[in-house]
Ligand binder design. Structure first.
Ligand SMILES: Cc1cc2nc3c(=O)[nH]c(=O)nc-3n(C[C@H](O)[C@H](O)[C@H](O)COP(=O)(O)OP(=O)(O)OC[C@H]3O[C@@H](n4cnc5c(N)ncnc54)[C@H](O)[C@@H]3O)c2cc1C
Length: 436
């Protein structure tokens, strides 16, 4: 027998407390995904409450989407169904922090900026700096495998997550991974959860590896008159003995949006280590930039946290290709965009072969698919690259598979995992690769 909507709301209220569940349309519309609002929002205050909510959703086959701050809910296919948004805003405790081990266990709703202050007291940091500020939750950043310029030295959440407590679709609470940096583990569940967009389980706790805050920092912006020169400089850095920890590629559109003087392309580079080495590596960097035809100047440190500002647009593509061919791919995206009268602001994780292009202007859905997404994907595929439509209005999403094709063998593995973790298909249904 189907349970009525008021009875379900009452059931949710009995779990989280009546003040922490709502069905008011004004509130629901603020958490819509691709224009689809849920029927309820519930804000659990503990892992046990998350578990009981998911058990109820499983029994009633309600489709669920976890929510951190909602900044990346554009990512993914439109949901096939959406009944309940589980808002993790109340799960914000630092559960365990051992500075000597450089490891901390935090709840998934913790905001990166707040954690920065906690770890900063011990001159430590969580080396995750996704663009668009620090106001993201640990759960959301892990679920989307979001990263930023620090990825060059420290990797992504997949590298920094040691263990995770997560709640499976049927409410079972599971721990996977380790509480220490060195450990022997079998199958690595936390790594599976990272980037799975909340489709395998709801992350409630993360045990994270921390790093010491380097004693000194030097940051430079190296500008070029020609795109290819910037590419040569990137290759020269990668081949050198320099040890930058952050690298970002900016095109002219991004430079302008960030209030910087125009140039064909630029690289932001930071070196964080002891003061003496910052000075000597900075001098070597300036010499290298001159050899490549670039001009280096000091970069205001706060620009690192503002780079995502250049990507605020209704249409954002994420392009991954061969690292040393970043200039070629950036030029290709700019060219194809300008042919459609779109302007492109590009911000790249330059040392990792990944960049995002924020496109501004209007484009018809069929042209978007035919002239932009499909030919770029085909060209990128030749070198094992990919293109993901990270953000787009619904009509454009419908015109182009946002994730792009996935080899059948890999999709088969993903399907098996999904059916093992979420057999009823209630977690973010339809939003991931291949409509999982
Ligand atoms: C302008 C802009 C620029 C960006 N640039 C970059 C970039 O350069 N590099 C990059 O990697 N990312 C980038 N991002 C993505 C963004 O930084 C992250 O994806 C974001 O940090 C996600 O955090 P959130 O708390 O807002 O999550 P939400 O938006 O609330 O959630 C994101 C997804 O994760 C799921 N989810 C949330 N919490 C959990 C949980 N606890 N367990 C399971 N699933 C969960 C949600 O259902 C949703 O599908 C950018 C975003 C914006 C808006």
């Amino acid at each position: 027998m189907t349970v009525s909507a008021p009875a379900l709301e009452e059931g949710l209220g009995a779990i989280v407390g009546p003040g922490h569940v709502t069905a008011q349309s004004a509130a629901l519309s603020t958490v819509s995904i691709d224009g689809r609002p849920p029927r309820w929002i519930a804000s659990p205050g503990s892992t046990d409450e998350v578990s009981r909510i998911l058990a109820l959703c499983s029994t009633e086959k309600l489709a669920v989407s976890p929510r951190g701050r909602g900044s990346a809910t554009d990512l993914g296919n439109p949901p096939r169904r959406l009944d309940l948004v589980i808002d993790l805003a109340r799960l914000t405790a630092v559960l365990d922090y051992v500075p000597e081990d450089m490891v901390a266990t935090v709840q998934a709703g913790c905001i990166l900026e707040g954690l920065g202050s906690v770890f900063g007291k011990h001159a430590q940091m969580l080396a995750l700096d996704p663009h668009a500020g620090q106001s993201r939750t640990v759960g959301g950043v892990l679920a989307t495998n979001a990263s930023g310029p620090s990825r060059f030295r420290y990797g992504t959440g997949r590298d920094l997550l040691l263990g995770a407590r997560f709640v499976q679709a049927d409410g079972t609470v599971t721990w996977g991974g380790a509480k220490v940096v060195k450990s022997v583990t079998g199958y690595d569940i936390p790594k599976l959860l990272v980037g799975s967009l909340g489709t395998l389980g709801l992350i409630v706790e993360a045990t994270l590896r921390l790093h010491p805050v380097p004693p000194d920092t030097g940051s430079w912006l190296v500008v070029f008159d020609e795109n290819e020169r910037a590419g040569d400089f990137l290759s020269a850095i990668l081949a050198s003995t320099l040890e930058p920890d952050r690298l970002a590629w900016l095109n002219d559109g991004a430079l302008r949006r960030l209030g910087q003087p125009p140039a064909a392309a630029a690289l932001c580079v930071s070196i964080r280590t002891v003061a003496k080495a910052v000075t000597s590596q900075g001098a070597a960097l300036a010499a290298l930039s001159e050899q490549s035809g670039g001009k280096a100047r000091a970069l205001p440190a706060e620009l690192w946290t503002k780079l995502g500002g250049a990507l605020v647009a209704p249409l954002v593509l994420k392009v991954a290709g061969e690292i040393r061919r970043q200039s070629r791919w950036a030029a290709e995206v700019e060219h194809r965009a300008s042919r459609q009268d779109l302007s492109a602001a590009i911000v790249g994780e330059a040392g990792n072969g990944v960049f995002r292009a924020a496109l501004t202007g209007t484009i018809e859905p069929d042209i978007f698919g035919r002239e932009l997404v499909t030919p770029l994907r085909e060209a990128l595929r030749e070198e094992g690259g990919s293109l993901v439509v990270e953000r787009a209005p619904r009509l454009l999403k419908d015109a182009a598979d946002v994730w792009g094709p996935v080899p059948e063998a890999a999709l088969g593995v993903m399907r098996r995992l999904k059916s093992e973790f979420d057999p009823l298909g209630i977690l973010n249904p339809g939003r991931f690769v291949g409509g999982l």
